[in-house]
Design a protein around this ligand. Structure first.
Ligand SMILES: [Zn+2]
Length: 79
C-alpha cells in the first residue's frame, strides 16, 4: 500500500518588485487602425511612437497604452 501526505501552503500573488524581476514594458496602440509600437522599457519611446503616428495619420486620435509588469507568487505559512 502506498501512502502519501500532502501539505498545503497559502500564496499571495503580487507585483514582483525585486531587482531580479523582469523589466516593465510599455507600448502604445492606435485604436483607429490597431497599429502599435514595439514593447520596450522606456515609456517615452511609446509616447514618441504615438506622436509620430498622429503626424502621419492626423485622423488617428485615440490610443491605448499597454503596460506589462511582472508578478510573482510569494509563499506564506504551511497549513
Ligand atoms: Zn492608426
Amino acid at each position: 500500500m502506498t501512502r502519501a501526505a500532502y501539505r498545503f501552503r497559502e500564496f499571495t500573488i503580487g507585483p514582483h518588485l525585486e531587482p531580479d524581476a523582469e523589466a516593465w514594458t510599455f507600448a502604445m496602440q492606435c485604436t483607429t487602425c490597431c497599429e502599435s509600437s514595439e514593447p520596450g522599457p522606456e515609456i517615452q519611446d511609446a509616447q514618441d511612437w504615438a506622436e509620430a503616428h498622429l503626424k502621419a495619420n492626423p485622423d488617428h486620435r485615440h490610443y491605448r497604452e499597454h503596460v506589462t509588469r511582472p508578478y510573482r507568487a510569494v509563499p506564506g505559512a504551511w497549513q
